[in-house]
Design a protein around this ligand. Structure first.
Ligand code: ADP
Length: 163
C-alpha cells in the first residue's frame, strides 16, 4: 500500500522552509499532500485560493506531491484521504511546545494518526511565514526566503516596488 503523508498548514505564504519539509517528506513517503487550511475564523494575508496557487507553483517540481485544501478537523481530512501520517516541521525547540500539544490532541481525536516531525536544513531554521509577511510589508527584499512566484505575489500585495 502506498504510504501517503499529509503536510497541513496555513502557508501564508509558502516559504523555502515549507518547501524544504515538502522535499524531505517526498523522499520518505510515496505521496505527499500539501493541505492548505481554509479556516475563515483565522485572519490571513492571502486568500485560500492565493495560498493554494503559491503552493501549487512550488510543488510543481515535486512529482509525488500535490496540493489540496481542507476545512474542519484535520483528523477527519486524513481519514477521508485514508492517510495515517501527518507531517509537521520543527525548526527550533520552542516549536515543540505547540507542536507537541497539537500532535497529542490529534492523537486523542484519532489514535490512528501518527505525527511525523521533520527538521529543515540549518539555513531554514530561522524562517517563519509571519516574519516574511512583516519584512515584505516594510519593503525588504524577500527572494532569499520564498520562491520567485511568492516574491512577486508579495510585491503585488503590498503594491510597492521591491528593493
Ligand atoms: P500553521 O498555521 O499550521 O502553524 P504554517 O504554515 O505556519 O502553519 O506551518 C506549517 C508547518 O510547517 C508547521 O509544522 C511549521 O512548524 C512548519 N514550518 C514553518 N516554517 C518552517 C521552516 N522554516 N522550516 C521547517 N518547518 C517549518
Amino acid at each position: 500500500m502506498a504510504r501517503l503523508a499529509v503536510y497541513p498548514g496555513s502557508f501564508d505564504p509558502l516559504t523555502k522552509g515549507h518547501l524544504d519539509i515538502i522535499h524531505r517528506a517526498a523522499e520518505v513517503f510515496d505521496h505527499v499532500i500539501v493541505a492548505v487550511s481554509n479556516n475563515p475564523a483565522k485572519k490571513h494575508l492571502f486568500s485560500v485560493d492565493e495560498r493554494i496557487q503559491m503552493a501549487e507553483n512550488a510543488v510543481a517540481a515535486v512529482p509525488n506531491a500535490d496540493v489540496d485544501t481542507f476545512s474542519g478537523l484535520l483528523v477527519d481530512y486524513l481519514r477521508e484521504k485514508k492517510a495515517r501520517v501527518l507531517i509537521r516541521g520543527l525548526r527550533v525547540v520552542s516549536d515543540m511546545d505547540y507542536e507537541f500539544q497539537l500532535a497529542s490532541f490529534n492523537r486523542k481525536l484519532n489514535k490512528d494518526v501518527e505525527t511525523v516531525f521533520l527538521m529543515p536544513s540549518n539555513e531554514h531554521t530561522y524562517l517563519a511565514a509571519s516574519m516574511v509577511r512583516e519584512v515584505a510589508r516594510l519593503g525588504a527584499k524577500v527572494d532569499e526566503f520564498v520562491t520567485p512566484f511568492v516574491a512577486r505575489k508579495l510585491a503585488l500585495k503590498f503594491g510597492r516596488k521591491r528593493r
